[in-house]
Design a protein around this ligand. Structure first.
Ligand code: KG4
Ligand code: ZN
Length: 333
């Protein structure tokens, strides 16, 4: 069965065709980074308008690259939660229209469960149950995953998502959006021990996260405490602040991952979402998680994409989970 996946939950307009949940025939991602860059973050209104303009073209391209006619599709899948509500609605409307026009089943997919499923698509040997962390620009949470689309949350951020904190720190340091790659690039030339930023752990047992205090600590380090008279911050200090901030974030994620392993006794861990691309995190987690098998999806399945949506949809179809044409979108899970 060939399924087209549609993903518009944030600032990527993406469509993909996946066969039997595993063979990716096409995976088109049109990034809106260029549109949001001048604002140092995603502007929902701009994201929605871009999805409207691009979605049909991206869907056509996905079918063309997969070399299939629309009638050969077995189902139409769409990420309908969680995300920017206006952005999700455009994907949902597009998916409903396509399903109705083709007379094919519609499948609704949870974007976060799709991120987790990306780890299985990249590593079919990854067996349930496993621990999974979704660390991205919009989400930061840790789960125990027991089956396709079945994950129970163990902890989540109480304020900023981790990718969002990279984006905000990039803005403070005058580095380009998105902040993850630009901060980690700057960090390569810096000393991670130069500034002792806080590692917010929220108590000895907590699996929740908090990054807003860390971001504020960076702000004070760069501008001082008097926002009306910000102090001069020499450009030469950027690498040290970037490296020290990144180190604090990575230490928190590694500690929470190890706590989850300790608490559950599960020694398989999947790390997904855009921040999973961070090389310092990959290094440190690899070394710290002794005796734990850590799985990262391939880079193109880490960041937002529609192949993960189509891949998980296949499993949902197998379970008989078909959506009706009055499907709605939801900003929260
Ligand atoms: O998963 P994703 O593409 O979109 C969301 O669902 O949010 O993640 C994007 C986020 C951005 O905040 C970006 O700054 C961050 O992932 N990111 C990184 C890196 N590459 C992307 N954060 C840290 N280090 C990276 N190398
Ligand atoms: Zn995402």
């Amino acid at each position: 069965m060939k399924i087209i996946g549609i993903e518009t939950s944030c600032d990527e307009t993406a469509c993909a065709v996946v066969e039997n949940g595993e063979k990716i025939l096409s995976n088109i991602v049109l990034s809106q980074v260029r549109l949001h860059g001048p604002f140092s973050g995603v502007v929902p209104e701009i994201a929605c308008r871009a999805h409207v303009h691009w979605l049909t073209g991206v869907a056509s391209e996905a079918l063309d690259q997969a070399k299939i006619a629309p009638q050969e599709l077995g189902a139409v899948a769409v990420a309908n939660r969680p995300g920017l509500i206006g952005a999700l609605l455009i994907g949902v409307a597009g998916a409903k229209s396509l399903a109705l026009a083709l007379g094919k089943p519609l499948v609704s997919v949870n974007h976060l469960q799709a991120h987790i499923h990306a780890a299985i698509m990249s590593h079919p040997e990854l067996a349930y149950p496993f621990l999974s962390m979704v660390i991205s620009g919009g989400h930061t949470a840790i789960y125990i995953s027991t089956g396709p689309g079945e994950s129970e949350m163990l902890g989540a951020t109480t304020d900023d998502a981790v990718g969002e904190s990279f984006d905000k720190v990039a803005r403070i340091l005058g580095l380009p959006y998105p902040g993850g790659p630009s901060v980690s690039d700057a960090a390569k030339k810096g000393d991670p021990r130069a500034v002792d930023f806080p590692r917010p752990m929220l108590g000895p047992d907590s699996l929740d996260f908090s990054f807003s205090g860390l971001k504020t600590a960076v702000l004070y380090r760069v501008r001082g405490h008097d926002m009306k008279n910000p102090k001069d911050f020499p450009e030469s200090d950027i690498p040290n602040v970037a490296a020290s901030f990144q180190e604090a974030v990575v230490d928190v994620i590694v500690e929470k991952a190890l706590r989850a392993v300790e608490k559950t006794g599960i020694r398989r861990l999947a790390i997904t979402g855009g921040v999973a691309a961070n090389s310092r995190l990959r290094d440190k987690l690899g070394k710290a998680a002794d005796g734990v098998d850590v799985f990262f999806p391939t880079p193109e399945l880490c960041t937002d994409n529609a192949a993960m949506v189509a891949g998980l949809a296949f499993e949902l179809v197998e379970k008989g989970e078909i959506a009706s044409l009055d499907l709605d979108a939801f900003a929260q899970v």
